[in-house]
Design a protein around this ligand. Structure first.
Ligand code: NAD
Ligand code: ZN
Length: 388
């Protein structure tokens, strides 16, 4: 089959790879009809996640048709022909307390992750050997472990484009807003008007925020947020903290969401780890990093919700400000399964329109171009959907 693979730092390539097979009774094979490129893929291709290897199949946002099920997946759970959206964390039924993205049973390399994070993390599709080395879904087919638990059946006639993002970024944006514990008078500021940020903004509005502020520097992304009713702030044009104080009567936003993550080093192809640290320190003084700025701007006693992904050398954590300003910090890889059904119902009721962020639909074979325009924000790119 054809699949999009990592081909070196900041490079991907669509190649022929072996078709996936059932390896375990609880697996299913899905023929993929739609899949997407995510900001997290940029981190994986950038070299921030050292255990992502060349040749690994990318992609953790996908949906399609079940073409084979293992002997351990009962017909009440999943049958050949079912149309499913597959959540990115591979979680098992033993997941307690709905902390699906912390599942310890789905990651055969949990020990490696434990060394880095102090605790095992769940298996994730197309997301390096740190999270199990599972082949991703930017491909024609994918093997889905624990298929009796994760995949959400779509039984209505909603288009792929309306439900695909239930696999990751819609629940992630929603969780980012939900972690803010939003009150009706709250002003919520969201750093990053990428796909995840846009859904965090829409979700903050759905959860009752009085005003939602979108912070980015990409004109098309800010305009997209403004069209959806959010207040744009261009961090290239204004001092963000001063503008936020102005917009909130001098208090600062009640709730802040970091939907940026390790953005600082994207695009820095072929630089050493040492240069990357130097670059990070420089960007720290020249342009405050999103998470830092969120912690420093949030009103005292507010909540900072972090859904941007961090790791390795790119952590920028101002513990002093966090402590002295009595902030609550919440974060996590998204517990996607927890949110899929309620968000599907919101889509069906017309409360949220996930299609509003799609700017590009390309054949899988053009994944390389998709990565380029998404990474470099060319051609007003917000979100790329690939069609295998
Ligand atoms: P993206 O790269 O398309 O968007 C990031 C946006 O942040 C860009 O528009 C960029 O211009 C903007 N930005 C950069 N620096 C900024 C700053 N200092 N202030 C404000 N904005 C800034 O990525 P995306 O797909 O929207 O994903 C966003 C983040 O969410 C990534 O880190 C991704 O890994 C993460 N993510 C987390 C989860 C989870 O489960 N927690 C799931 C999916 C994605
Ligand atoms: Zn993603």
């Amino acid at each position: 089959m054809r699949a999009n693979t990592r081909a070196g730092r900041n490079k991907v390539e669509v190649r022929d790879v072996p078709d996936p097979r059932i390896l375990n009774g609880r697996d299913a094979i899905v023929r993929i009809t739609s899949t997407a490129i995510c900001g997290s893929d940029l981190h994986l291709v950038d070299g921030h996640v050292p255990t992502m290897q060349d040749g690994d199949v990318l992609g953790h946002e996908f949906m399609g048709e079940v073409v084979e099920v293992g002997s351990g997946v009962g017909p009440d759970k999943l049958r050949v022909g079912d149309r499913v959206v597959v959540p990115f964390p591979i979680a098992c039924a033993a997941c307690a307390a709905e902390l699906y993205s912390c599942c310890e049973n789905s990651n055969p390399n949990a020990g490696i992750a434990e060394g880095m994070f102090g605790h095992p993390v769940a298996g994730i599709f197309g997301y390096s050997h740190l999270t199990g080395g599972f082949a991703g879904g930017q491909a024609q087919y994918a093997r889905v472990p624990f298929a009796d638990v994760g995949p959400l059946k779509i039984e209505s006639d909603l288009a792929d484009e309306q439900v695909l993002f239930l696999s990751d970024i819609l629940p992630t944006g929603y969780m980012g807003a939900e972690m803010c514990d939003i009150q009706p008078t709250d002003v919520v500021a969201v750093w990053g008007a990428g796909p995840v940020g846009q859904f965090a903004m829409d979700s903050a509005r759905l959860l009752g925020a009085a005003q939602v502020i979108a912070i980015d520097k990409e004109p098309c992304r800010l305009a997209m947020a403004e069209r959806a009713g959010h207040t744009p702030v261009d961090f290239d044009e204004v001092d963000v903290r001063s503008r936020l104080l102005e917009l909130t009567g001098g208090r600062g936003p009640d709730k802040c969401v970091d939907a940026v993550g390790m953005e600082a080093a994207h695009g820095s192809a072929h630089i050493s780890a040492y240069d990357r640290v130097k670059q990070a320190v420089r960007s720290e003084t020249e342009r405050p990093h999103a998470l830092r700025q969120a912690i420093l701007s949030c009103r005292g006693g507010g909540v900072v919700s972090v859904i941007g992904v961090y790791g390795g050398l790119m952590d920028k954590f101002p513990a002093g400000a966090w402590m002295n300003r009595s902030l609550t910090l919440r974060t996590g890889q998204c517990h996607v399964q927890r949110y899929m059904k309620p968000l599907l119902e919101r889509i069906e009721r017309g409360e949220i329109d996930p299609t509003r962020i799609i700017t590009h639909t390309l054949p899988l074979d053009e994944a390389e171009r998709g990565f380029e325009i998404f990474k470099n924000k060319q051609d007003d790119c917000e979100k790329v959907v690939l069609k295998p």
